[in-house]
Design a protein around this ligand. Structure first.
Ligand code: PEP
Ligand code: MN
Length: 343
């Protein structure tokens, strides 16, 4: 359910509606807009009679939200959400690029990549401290030691840190050390982890599960928003198909659908989406052309020695090249889009 307030509604009237929602056991979500304030109502304790709110002072409309996901939908919030990661904003007219190695392996390896990322004018650095590996015998990440290296990266280069939390314990540490919490594809439907991420004060990068539908992805995001954390960025990272020329099939068609159905930004990960270095730049170009809010890519200075995902890591000069190409494409797309509609 969504309550829209009159443009002239007072703070007192808004507070009163919030109080009423809480008094019947539901959770209010204030959604300030350019024209008026709206209040989303969530909860799983039955249905609400719209009459409860229709006649309260300051209320303009009481609307049933038709989609199964509520707070992430454009029905509830027509304006695009801008997600702030330190000084970087995602979901604006600027192109977002997140780059870094798959894993933190050593201080030297991480700093070497950070220097390249920083020199490209990129503000967001990715690297895994906790790695979700298919084999229990594969490199699992350096854990806390890696988080401390990432904190050094931030200190030295001013880069904002994006890193994955695998479970409730690692999430506590990632929340403390990083600027953005990544929830990986394998955890997209780990509902208790999603709820915990929703209770943090850090923005969340939520990756699409490898067999998840768009609706499942949006409902996963809904778990985070329903706990009160509205700073969520979605990420397409490829889905499983029968194709054997690629690690995953990068589903770029999800981007315009997300923009139509949701106000949340969406990034594309052509590294995990293809698994092969030579495919990363072409698919990153396509991602920007299709209107993605940005890309996240893996980079390594010596990919043949990487402890995870070496074959898909861009070399430093490839990153420089990619950034230049993406900025040119983005400028064209942006010009075209501002002539018509954003969505
Ligand atoms: C990653 O980004 O390091 C990662 C493991 O990605 P995904 O969850 O998409 O597989
Ligand atoms: Mn990886």
């Amino acid at each position: 359910m969504l309550i829209t307030m009159h443009p002239q509604a007072t703070q007192e009237e808004i507070k009163e509606v919030v109080k009423q929602i809480e008094s019947i056991g539901f959770k209010p979500h204030l959604i300030p807009g350019a024209q008026r304030t709206a209040i989303g109502i969530t909860g799983n304790t039955g249905t609400i009679d719209p009459v409860t709110f229709e006649y309260l002072p300051g209320v303009s409309d009481v609307i049933r939200v038709s989609k199964p996901y509520k707070l992430v939908s454009r029905e509830v919030k027509p304006e695009n959400t801008v997600v702030k990661v330190g000084s970087v904003s995602i979901g604006t007219d600027d192109l977002t690029i997140i780059a870094g190695p798959c894993s933190v392996e050593t201080l030297e390896q991480t700093m070497a990549v950070a220097e390249v990322v920083h020199s490209c004018g990129i503000g967001l650095f990715r690297a895994g401290a906790y790695k979700p590996r298919t084999s229990p015998y594969a490199f699992q990440g350096l854990g806390l030691e890696a988080l401390k290296i990432l904190a050094e990266v931030r200190d030295r280069y001013g880069l904002q840190i994006v890193t994955e939390a695998l479970d409730e314990k690692s999430l506590e540490l990632v929340e403390k050390y990083a600027d953005m919490i990544q929830i990986g594809a394998r955890n997209m439907q780990n509902f208790s982890l999603l709820r915990q991420a929703g209770q943090t004060k850090k923005p969340v990068l939520l990756k699409r599960g490898m067999s998840a539908t768009l609706e499942e992805l949006l409902l996963a995001a809904e778990y985070i928003l329903s706990e009160g954390n509205y700073q969520v960025v979605l990420c397409e990272r490829g889905v499983r198909t029968f194709a054997d020329h690629t690690r995953n099939t990068l589903d770029l068609s999800i981007v315009p659908s997300v923009h139509r159905l949701s106000h949340l930004p969406i990034l594309v990960d052509p590294s995990h989406g293809t698994g092969r270095r030579e495919k990363v730049i072409p698919m990153a170009r396509a991602a920007v052309a299709v209107g993605a809010d940005g890309v996240i890519v893996e980079v390594h200075c010596q990919p043949e020695k990487a402890l995870s995902d070496g074959p898909q890591a861009l070399l430093p000069d490839m990153l420089v090249d990619m950034v230049d190409q993406l900025r040119q494409i983005h400028a064209v797309i942006h010009k075209e889009r501002s002539k018509t509609q954003k969505v």
